[in-house]
Design a binder for this molecule. Structure first.
Ligand code: AMP
Ligand code: GLY
Length: 438
């Protein structure tokens, strides 16, 4: 079997340095664009739809990514060597399949494999089949079936819309009244449309959460360092759930626990993909809850996390252009990591997550190699002023030999930003008991 499909210096099969198209527009995609633009295998990065912060590193392409014919055409005309799909929606929509049908290489799973993220019910059945530890759950499809299923549960009740709901599909309900109203929102008000036609009522797992991401071809995998996201809006984990207000990596946990997560969750998941003949070339990202030292899978994502990516890519020593290209060909390269720590602070817009305020002027300081700003929801006003244009607006990333120094650098850069009403957490990475768990 010929395994390596690039030349040793990361060029494509014809010996050229490569052109890559990144799909997406957030902070995760800015992190991907930055790393790919720094890769010695890559000659040019295109990004669609991108954001204004990426202009120096990539050519921004305006296309409707739901129009697969247009995306395929762009790749063929511009001789794109491979496409990296950032967000879940185009994956669940089958963009990877449309590209592969035209022999365009893709870093991203097939539509079938993306169901692991696109349907919580599909994922739960898959976990059970694979013998992956996870919370017990029932499938419900009405207020009545939810309330009946709840009779065998205890508070808090966890109701999860089956389909994609922009990260808002999980309700954690303190009592039966709250559960009833969450079920009414889903099944009667249909706030998520078809994505909420069915749901899981899941048993509560009380513990602490971490994220594990692995690069996989559906047969082999390479785990990235663990990361910790901070999902609540405010310090001390209060306020509403968000897409993620900041991340730290590597998250240090006992080696035995890390091995257990690999053995009990990752290995059986990848083995099941193989059994089910899923075409998976990309990232499997598992949300894990650790309860009394035992890991349980909360959910699968079939893409890089945002903002996990911002702190994971800088820890990889390999040439990322080459790693991603090889995986788009079905080969998982062995990864090596530096011994650094990475820290990411999210600046969210005033009013996030409920009532995002756009068009707020922003002033940002200059980047350095080890402390820099990635753009998520930014735009330029007609007179060229940087303004907020989304919920999570900026990511302040710092890398250093020590966790404490990375943290100091990130907060020092963060202090120089002018952005009225911005929201950020001041306690990121301060869960010492979790970071140092033995
Ligand atoms: P998910 O999108 O499934 O990761 O759920 C969103 C958030 O809800 C998770 O990050 C957890 O904080 C919480 N959550 C989900 N499922 C459970 C569960 N079974 N027990 C406790 N918390 C949960
Ligand atoms: N940070 C969580 C996610 O990307 O889903």
């Amino acid at each position: 079997m010929i395994r390596l499909k690039t030349n040793n210096d990361g060029r494509n099969k014809k010996g050229d340095f490569m052109k890559v198209l990144v799909i997406g527009s957030g902070g995760r995609e800015h992190a991907l664009v930055k790393s790919l633009s720094e890769s010695k295998s890559i000659k040019k990065v295109f990004v669609c739809p991108g954001n204004v912060g990426m202009q120096a590193q990539a050519k921004i392409i305006s296309m409707n990514i739901k129009d697969h014919v247009q995306v395929v055409q762009f790749c063929l005309v511009n001789k794109i060597d491979f496409v990296v799909i950032g967000p879940e929606d185009p994956l669940v929509d089958g963009l990877a399949d449309s590209l592969r049908a035209e022999k365009i290489r893709v870093f991203g799973p097939s539509k079938q494999a993306a169901q692991l993220e696109g349907s919580k019910i599909f994922a739960k059945k898959f976990m059970l089949k694979a013998n992956v530890p996870t919370a017990d759950a029932e499938v419900v499809n009405s207020v009545a079936s939810t309330m009946m299923a709840a009779e065998t549960h205890q508070a808090p009740y966890i109701l999860k819309a089956d389909g994609l709901a922009a990260g808002k599909g999980v309700s954690i309900c303190k009592n039966l009244d709250e559960l009833k109203s969450a079920a009414q929102q889903l099944f009667e008000k249909k706030i998520f449309g078809a994505a909420g036609a069915r749901a899981l009522l899941e048993k509560n797992l009380p513990g602490y959460e971490l994220s594990i991401l692995v690069l996989t071809n559906g047969s082999n995998f390479q785990a990235l360092p663990l990361a910790q996201d901070h999902k609540r809006l405010k310090d001390n984990d209060v306020g509403p759930n968000t897409g993620g207000m900041g991340t730290v990596a590597p998250l240090k946990i006992a080696n035995s626990l890390e091995q257990k997560i690999i053995r009990k969750i990752i290995e059986p998941s990848v083995a099941q993909m193989k059994k089910d003949k899923m075409l998976f070339r990309g990232v499997l990202f598992v949300g894990v809850m650790v309860v009394d030292g035992e890991p349980y899978a909360l959910e699968y994502n079939t893409r890089f996390g945002d903002p996990e990516t911002q702190v994971l890519l800088p820890l990889i020593k390999n040439d990322l252009g080459k790693v991603f290209y090889l995986l788009s060909n079905g080969f998982v390269e062995d990864l090596q990591f530096n011994n650094k720590s990475a820290f990411c602070i999210v600046n969210a817009a005033p009013g996030y997550p409920e009532q995002v305020q756009k068009n707020v002027p922003i002033q940002i300081p200059a980047n350095t190699d080890e402390a820099y700003i990635l753009h998520a929801g930014t735009a330029k006003s007609p007179d060229g002023q940087l303004i907020s244009a989304g919920g999570r607006v900026l990511n302040i990333v710092a890398i250093d030999e020590s966790f404490e120094k990375a943290k100091q650098k990130a907060y020092a850069l963060n202090a120089q930003i002018q952005f009225e009403g911005r929201q950020f957490r001041t306690d990121l990475g301060s869960y010492q008991f979790q970071r140092n768990e033995t």
